[in-house]
Design a protein around this ligand. Structure first.
Ligand SMILES: O=c1ccn([C@H]2C[C@H](O)[C@@H](CO)O2)c(=O)[nH]1
Ligand SMILES: [Zn+2]
Length: 135
């Protein structure tokens, strides 16, 4: 799918964000290799630490629908930022594990700025499952 189309999906997802505390809406759209798209928005909570970002909502939705690491082609994320939105560290960790090193990550904002990168490039020197398999 064209990145513009995936960004449009993320833009639509953003409209559904539940953000009574930050008022900062974020949308994500995760494309599977078999052509489906899972949308995600951020979902906040009065217990602030429970807020879930748009990126993780999209991945967790796809996993809950039976998709597994290796099934994903691209992730688009959009927010009302000056430059292309920058995923938080927690999301970069999840994007890398579930999306894989080479997942295309398309970061956008409402003004039309776009940055294309990859999951691995967004989290250098990452901790991963392999690190747990010593001894
Ligand atoms: O890439 C990002 C950055 C922030 N947020 C959310 C978390 C919180 O709900 C709000 C403010 O940080 O934006 C996302 O969903 N994705
Ligand atoms: Zn995040």
């Amino acid at each position: 799918m064209k990145y513009e189309t995936l960004i449009d999906e993320a833009r639509a997802a953003r409209e559904l964000a539940y953000v009574p505390y930050s008022r900062f809406k974020v949308g994500a759209a995760l494309e599977t290799k078999d052509g489906r798209v899972f949308r995600g928005c951020n979902v906040e909570n009065a217990s602030y630490g429970l807020c879930n970002c748009a990126e993780r909502t999209a991945f967790f939705s796809a996993i809950a629908h039976g998709y597994v690491p290796g099934d994903f082609a691209a992730l688009a994320v959009i927010g009302d930022t000056d430059g292309p939105i920058a995923p938080c560290g927690a999301c970069r960790q999840v994007i890398l594990e579930l999306g894989g090193n080479d997942l295309a990550v398309v970061l956008a904002n409402l003004k039309g700025d776009v940055m294309e990168t990859t999951a691995a490039a967004q989290l250098p020197n990452a901790f991963g499952g392999r690190d747990l398999q010593k001894s």
